[in-house]
Design a protein around this ligand. Sequence first.
Ligand code: OFO
Length: 170
Amino acid sequence: MLTKKIEKTLNDQITLEVYSSSLYLAMGSWFETQRLLNSAQFFYRHSTSEREHMMKLIAYVNREGGHARVPELAAPPASYKSLEAALEMALENEKKVTKAIGAIVELCLATKDYGTFTFLQWYVAEQQEEEGYFQAIVDKIKMIGIKDSRGLFFADKAIGKLLETAPSKA
Ligand code: OFO
């Protein structure tokens, strides 16, 4: 049985996962309008995995006697300054999510909720992987150094290559 405090923090986490999913969906859509189709696929796929993270939390909260809430969210930005800017924004978002997971883990330990602590270990590992993955993409795109549409073409191609080798979720 979840305490009210843990239930609330898990609901806050659901909000973050929903926002991540909708942010990446918006990014995917924008990339599609820019004809950066690999980047679009990358973000669409990532949006789906964030939705799965949300579903997992909803199932856990309800199973443990709480009530998972679906939040009302502000719309994410519809367009982005550049491919690099969107990737940086995504990386920052992942860092924020990692921090939030860490805070819930700490709360679980402080309140001796070892069940939720164990449940969250999946998210800890997932975030470590995702953050590292986004960081690697940002670094790669910086290395390519986009100066013109040719650079953009190669950057999008590089993201396509990463998609082929990406872990199932990214
Ligand atoms: Fe990448 O955010 Fe979910 O956990």
